[in-house]
Design a protein around this ligand. Sequence first.
Ligand code: SAM
Length: 210
Amino acid sequence: MRKSDPKTHWNKVYLKKEVESLGWYEEKPQPSIELIKKSGIGKDALLLNVGAGATTLVDELVEQGYNNIIANDISHESLDKLKIRLGENKSKSINWVVDDLTNPQKLNDLGQIDLWHDRAVLHFFTEKHEQETYFKLIDKLVKKGGYVIIAVFNLNGATKCSGLPVVRYNEKAISSCLGDEFKLIEAFDHTYIMPSGDTREYIYTLYKRN
Ligand SMILES: C[S@@+](CC[C@H](N)C(=O)[O-])C[C@H]1O[C@@H](n2cnc3c(N)ncnc32)[C@H](O)[C@@H]1O
């Protein structure tokens, strides 16, 4: 069976459901905040949040004074929800990039970034060419001395999310995809509690590029 078009899939998901009831909604994105703090990047650092959806991480970062944020997603509906929640003033301070990580156009032109953040996006890329394009983009965009945070389902994680199959990772697999230039700084497992009360097992990783 052919995979349905991901843009259509994700736009429908965000149109159909309240953000707070999504199976990845976080009231407070604590593990991500922890790793961003740990990286030690400054408040002016260029931070790219890929597959941001309607994440509260953006609100939190703006609140904490980070002022150079790019929010990307394949779904404009998700980013529109985030813009509305942030309000006009805060949303004007964000660079919004609707683009597909597995077929990047505008993302290719961003120039060098200080930090790449992905929570719950990479694991949807089940095809080898999608994964290769994703890691090539990291290689292109993350500057030397920059950071990569990847949080995905770990080996005990679910095999599906949002009705889609996922690839599960451990630290070794993520490291091998990133290559030798990226040194692991920290990795931990995290049990996320969904709005429904169910749990999902994630691995969070922070890398620094040599
Ligand atoms: C499970 S949600 C996670 C959203 C957000 N990172 C969070 O933690 O709340 C996955 C997100 O990845 C986005 N996405 C899926 N495929 C994508 C692609 N090829 N390029 C960019 N974003 C994509 C979806 O639209 C969705 O917002």
